[in-house]
Design a protein around this ligand. Structure first.
Ligand code: IPE
Ligand code: IPE
Ligand code: MG
Length: 242
C-alpha cells in the first residue's frame, strides 16, 4: 500500500527553512506546580518529536532556539539543568542517524564547558554527510553577537589586505554567519504567546513569515506544526515587489 503523503500542504509550497523559538517551558512547569527544569525536560522531549515530524514531511532545514546568549542571566541551577539536558540530547541525537539528519551548532561553542564543546564537535562531524534534513541548534546564540563576530572576521580580512571594503556584499556577510550553509529563514514560529524575536536570526529572517501561538512549547504537537504550515502556505510573500 502506498504511504500517504505526510505534508499537510503541497510539497512545492513547503518552507525551505523553518526557525522555531521554543518558548514557554517555565510556564508549562509552573502551571503544574513543577520546577522550571521539569518544563525544560518536557521541552527537550518535544524537540525530538518535532525533528522527526519535520524530517518526515520533507522540510530541508530547521533551526531551534535552545539557549540564547542572554539566557546565561538565569539562576545557576536552571542554567546547569539546561546544560545537562543538552549533554543528554547531544548523545541521544544519535537516534536520528537512521533518519539521515545533519546537525549544526548555531552559536559560540567557546561559551560551553569542554565536554559539551566536544559533544557538539562530534555530532557535527558524525552527521556532516547526512542530507535528509539539516537541523540547526541555536545554543549560546544571539543574533547581534553573531553579526558582531562576522564584522570582526571581515574587518580582519580587510586589515590583511585580502578583501577591499567596497567588495563587501550581503553574500559575504551571510558567509560569515553560523548559518552559512543554510538558506534564509522562510517561517519563524514562536510558542507561548510572546510576540517578539528575542535576538534570533535577525539577518536570516529579513523576509520570513511569522507564526505565533499561545501553546507552550512542551505542548506544541506535530499537529500544531502542521497548522503553522497551512497558515504559511496561505501567505502572499512579496519580497518588496507587488
Ligand atoms: C524556553 O522556555 C526555553 C529557554 C529559554 C531555555 P522558558 O524557560 O523561557 O519558559 P518561560 O518563558 O519562562 O515560560
Ligand atoms: C528566547 O526565549 C530564547 C529561547 C527560546 C532559547 P526567552 O524566554 O529567553 O526570551 P524572552 O526573555 O522572553 O524575550
Ligand atoms: Mg521564555
Amino acid at each position: 500500500m502506498a504511504k500517504k503523503p505526510i505534508s499537510p500542504i503541497p510539497v512545492e509550497q513547503l518552507p525551505r527553512h523553518v526557525a522555531i523559538i521554543m518558548d514557554g517551558n517555565g510556564r508549562w512547569a509552573k502551571k503544574r506546580a513543577l520546577p522550571r527544569t521539569a518544563g525544560h525536560f518536557e521541552g527537550a522531549n518535544n524537540f525530538r518529536k518535532i525533528i522527526r515530524h519535520t524530517r518526515d514531511i520533507g522540510i530541508p532545514y530547521i533551526s531551534f532556539y535552545a539557549f540564547s546568549t542572554e539566557n546565561w542571566k538565569r539562576p545557576d541551577d536552571e542554567v546547569h539543568a539546561i546544560m545537562d539536558l543538552m549533554r543528554k540530547y547531544l548523545v541521544e541525537a544519535y537516534e536520528f542517524f537512521d533518519l539521515n539528519v545533519r546537525f549544526v551548532l548555531l552559536g559560540d561553542r567557546n561559551g560551553f564547558d569542554a565536554d559539551l564543546q566536544e559533544k557538539y564537535d562530534n555530532l557535527e562531524r558524525d552527521t556532516h554527510d547526512f542530507h535528509a534534513m539539516t537541523t540547526g541548534i541555536a545554543a549560546n546564540y544571539g543574533s547581534r553577537y553573531e553579526i558582531t563576530a562576522a564584522v570582526k572576521e571581515i574587518a580582519a580580512l580587510v586589515k590583511e589586505g585580502l578583501l577591499q571594503p567596497e567588495d563587501i556584499t550581503e553574500e559575504i556577510i551571510s558567509q560569515h554567519l553560523y548559518t552559512k550553509e543554510m538558506p534564509d529563514v522562510d517561517l519563524v514560529i514562536r510558542t507561548s504567546g510572546e510576540y517578539r524575536i528575542s535576538n534570533f536570526l535577525l539577518w536570516q529572517s529579513a523576509y520570513a513569515e511569522f507564526y505565533f501561538t499561545d501553546t507552550l512549547w512542551p505542548d506544541f504537537s506535530p499537529k500544531e506544526f502542521d497548522k503553522a504550515l497551512v497558515d504559511y502556505a496561505s501567505r502572499n510573500r512579496r519580497f518588496g515587489g507587488v
